[in-house]
Design a protein around this ligand. Structure first.
Ligand code: HAS
Length: 546
């Protein structure tokens, strides 16, 4: 498929902004872990500024830019249909403007509100306006993708949506439904409040709207990694996707179950009925099922690949997998970390066990195994892969890629183990523990372990940077005319697919219905608690915040 020069360049721009953001973000990550362990103590002001920069740049800017760029390439190569050039540019400009505005507030220390920006922590208006623009820019990319998809549909009646496009549609459906929550929060609560147009804010309402967005956000990050694990890694490993229907069902389940689960971040919040917290807990476990489907389907695909490469017996196929290929190394390291990330997620989701780990160091342990490994490592591997596929650049050093991937895996396992043990001991997250008088020597030792893991992670990222820039400025292997990603064939192809599995309106409609069912009583509670004294949970309303 011929991808026009402008699109290659703009996708490269998305990737470069993503890598630049995460480079700054990761530097502050190293500072956090060194300060918490008292190896290199920093001031509280720098700690919270750095923590916010780390969270916003890594979790929001890096991911959004990378994903939008990657999804453009997936859309054009899987549909063989052109995107609208003007909308591609417009989306990029709006996203970039938003990022610059937010970066101004962050870097001038006027937005140390952490990436969850819970009120009553208040940031400079440019932070909220910038974040909103970043989202609006991504909505323009969604609009462009929808227009392109509908055009493809019209030209190809009766043809089922190609596998990678199923992933693209699911990712954007989840993102769009999720961002409605945070857009309402920003436009009606945070921006007017930060501009001084209103004096008071309702923190519970803001938190509830944030988590409407905050959990599906994690699947917006995860699904592009899953697209890679399902549709590209099996081919890179020399095999096939084991079942295309299993992949399709998993993506559809994400559309349906990703959003109506946000209360699992608010189990400890007052003012919301326990019954609905329980219902959200149930749906959180439902949204783990497509990940379990993914675990089995991807493992089966890899087993097929290993056997094709001559592996025998129960485990002989493992050895035959292409462990020495940089893209495979990044992806498999992400998958291995995600096994532990997933298990810790189930612990978090369990209403009663959450009481033990909530707001402790356990949580960063969990999300560095998920976002910080499964997603991050897959995206690092992909950025090298895309330089190769879009520009014909030879990857600077395959060995460095392999080393970078496995060293991160080792580092993150050490880091997360340390953080999780600390969490079990009740040590808080988001706290500059350098100067805490209550830390025992055993706990300090665990913090040093986490710092060792964090330092290994930092070094492995430096290895990646050398490789990335070495590839970017390195020599071309070939002149690329057509961009061909390594899409795997299916071992079990979904022949005679029932039309229901290709009807996106139905699944998105069910998702909307579930959001209404799972959130209406919650918002009723939140308003009742804060705006109506009688029958409410709080003695006065709304909570006055200066
Ligand atoms: Fe989470 C908190 C529950 C998945 C990210 N999560 C967070 C936060 C982040 C985050 C950033 O219920 C912190 C937010 C904050 O700042 O407060 N999470 C879950 C559950 C899942 C889950 C149930 N989380 C993710 C993913 C993330 C992410 C994915 C990012 C990408 N999480 C929670 C809860 C909290 C939470 C609570 C709030 C805690 C609190 O109290 O604050 C599940 O979706 C996970 C399901 C995953 C699996 C694993 C499947 C394994 C696979 C790998 C297969 C490996 C293969 C390799 C094939 C069931 C797919 C084979 C190897 C060979 C050699 C062959």
């Amino acid at each position: 498929m011929k991808v026009e020069g402008y699109l290659r360049n703009i996708v490269l721009a998305h990737i470069i902004i993503a890598i630049a953001s995460i480079s700054v973000g990761i530097f502050f990550g190293l500072l956090q872990v060194l300060s918490r362990s008292n190896i290199l103590p920093i001031s509280n002001s720098l700690y919270y500024q750095g923590l916010t920069i780390h969270g916003v740049l890594n979790a929001v800017v890096f991911t959004t830019f990378f994903i939008v760029g990657y999804l453009y390439i997936l859309t054009e190569t899987s549909l063989k249909e052109k995107l609208n050039k003007n909308l591609v540019y417009l989306s990029f400009v709006v996203m970039l403007l938003g990022t610059l505005l937010a970066a101004y507030a962050l870097l001038t220390n006027q937005a140390s509100v952490l990436y969850t920006f819970y009120p009553p922590l208040k940031a400079h208006p440019t932070f909220y306006i910038g974040a909103t623009l970043l989202i609006v820019g991504s909505w323009i990319a969604i609009l462009n993708t929808v227009i392109t998809f509908l055009r493809w549909r019209k030209k190809n009646p009766g043809v089922k949506t190609p596998g990678p496009m199923v992933g693209v549609i699911s990712t954007y459906a989840v993102w769009f439904l999720a961002t409605i929550g945070v857009a309402i929060e920003a436009l009606f609560l945070l921006i007017p409040w930060s501009l001084g147009l209103v004096k008071e804010i309702n923190p519970t309402l803001a938190r509830t709207l944030f988590w409407w967005f905050g959990h599906p956000l994690v699947y917006f990050w995860l699904l592009p990694a899953y697209i890679t694990w399902y549709y590209i890694i099996p081919k890179v490993a020399g095999g096939k996707l084991y079942s295309s229907l299993a992949a399709r069902i998993a993506f559809i389940m994400f559309i349906v179950f990703s959003v109506p689960v946000g209360l699992h971040h608010q189990y400890s919040d007052p003012g919301i009925t326990n019954i609905y917290k329980g219902i959200h807990a149930f749906f959180t476990l439902m949204v783990a099922i497509p990940s379990l489907i993914t675990a089995f389907t991807v493992a089966a695909s890899l087993e097929y690949a290993g056997r094709q490469r001559g592996g025998n017996g129960l485990f002989g196929w493992w050895i035959k997998l292409p462990w020495g290929n940089y893209l495979f190394a990044y992806a498999i390291s992400g998958m291995i970390a995600f096994i532990f990330g997933g298990i810790s997620g189930i612990v978090n989701a369990s209403y009663n066990m959450n009481q033990v780990v909530h707001n402790t160091s356990w949580i960063p342990g969990h999300f560095h195994l998920t976002l910080g490994s499964a997603v991050f490592l897959t995206f690092l591997g992909l950025s090298l892969y895309l330089l190769n596929k879009l520009y014909g650049k030879r990857v600077f050093s395959n060995k460095l890629g392999v080393l970078g991937a496995y060293s991160w895996l080792i580092g993150v396992l050490i880091f997360s183990w340390g953080m999780m043990q600390l969490g079990r001991a009740g040590i808080p997250r988001r706290t500059n523990l350098a100067f805490s008088p209550y830390i025992t020597p055993e706990e300090r030792f665990l913090m040093v372990i986490a710092a060792v893991g964090g330092t290994i992670m930092f070094i492995s990222f430096i290895l990646f940077l050398i490789n990335f820039f070495g590839t970017l400025f390195g020599r071309k292997e070939e002149n690329v005319e057509a961009v061909e990603l390594d899409y795997a064939e299916a071992y079990h192809e979904e022949n005679n697919l029932s039309p229901i599995w290709d009807n996106w309106k139905v699944w998105i409609g069910i998702a909307v219905l579930l959001i209404i069912i799972n959130y209406s009583p919650v918002f009723y509670d939140v308003f009742r608690a804060t705006y109506f004294v009688e029958g409410g949970y709080l003695p006065q309303s709304p909570i006055p915040v200066k």
